[in-house]
Design a protein around this ligand. Structure first.
Ligand code: HXC
Length: 259
């Protein structure tokens, strides 16, 4: 990572923080940014000292979408041969640790889709969510047409995708697109505190829960319940689970070893 890198990476105790940093372009997502974001996510995922990850942007924009300037003259062959989207936009799906999006300002197009791909979305009052690709005769193709209806239902998702309707933070909260809304001045602090709380829990338990909740999106209920039961049985192979339950019975704080 260099000074002109499109992301900034820091650690805060057991929390990894990734800040999108293309201020002149409102954090528009180009290949360089997505490659570095993917690499940073995978590095944090592999780091045993990290228990949760926060992705944030600037006060004005989480990210204003895919980089329109970069895409404007691409051809079908360009995007298929370079594996646009599959190359680096879905790396986040490989991350086993909880990922929190801390969103202020615009989360539009691919920026909204990036937030949707995170596990928890903390929105500042200023956050604005939209999938305005239709205005460009494009399509919300980084998971937007798939994750948004699962998150907020078909009626609201169709409205957003077909009319480019923009939601403010309170609407996004009401519809279930975001997890919490906080004052702008507290966004980073509250998101890092939430991540630190999550990171204090047992990592394998967090990963098992994340995997199970994601299954609810992707499988029929019977299979999801079966998957969840196997995940629950797996907890009894974890020394942290025994420690957690014994600590409760002993009325002391658990000492998790993340095993
Ligand atoms: C490239 C962008 C950009 C983008 C903003 N900029 N969004 N550059 N790609 N997605 C640039 C502008 O060109 C401008 O550059 C600078 O950032 C500031 O933006 P302004 O428009 O001047 O700011 P403002 O008037 O405050 O308006 C903010 C905005 C608007 C409402 C967010 O910028 C906007 O509508 N942006 C496009 C949003 C969008 O359509 N996103 C979907 C993209 S398609 P200069 O050089 O003039 O200062 C997409 C596909 C995803 O995401 C699926 C496949 C991955």
């Amino acid at each position: 990572m260099t000074d002109d890198s499109p992301i900034r990476v820091e650690t805060h105790g057991r929390v990894g923080l990734i800040t999108l940093h293309r201020p002149q372009q409102l954090n528009a997502l180009n290949d360089a940014l997505m490659d570095e974001l993917g690499a940073a996510l995978l590095a944090f995922d592999a780091d045993p000292g990290i228990g949760a990850i926060v992705i944030t942007g600037s006060d004005k924009a989480f990210a204003a979408g895919a980089d329109i300037e970069a895409m404007a003259d691409w051809t079908f062959m360009d995007v298929t041969q370079d594996n646009f989207i599959t190359r680096n936009w879905e790396t986040i799906r490989a991350v086993r640790k909880p990922v929190i999006a801390a969103v202020a300002g615009y989360a539009m197009g691919g920026g909204c889709e990036l937030a949707l791909a995170c596990d928890i979305v903390v929105a500042a009052e200023s956050a604005r969510f939209a999938l305005p690709e239709i205005k460009l005769a494009m399509l919300p193709g980084a998971g937007g047409t798939q994750r948004l209806p699962r998150a907020i239902g078909k009626a609201k998702a169709m409205d957003m995708c077909l009319s480019a309707r923009m939601l403010d933070a309170q609407e996004a909260d009401r519809y279930g697109l975001v997890s919490r809304v906080v004052p702008d001045a507290e966004l980073l602090e509250r998101s890092l505190a939430l991540a630190a709380q999550i990171a204090s829990f047992s990592l394998p338990a967090l990963a098992a829960i994340k995997e199970s909740v994601n299954r609810a999106w992707e499988s029929p209920l019977t299979e999801g319940i079966l998957f969840e039961r196997r995940a629950l049985y797996g907890r009894f192979a974890s020394s942290d689970a025994h420690e957690g339950m014994h600590a409760f019975l002993d009325k002391r704080r658990p000492d998790f070893q993340h095993r």
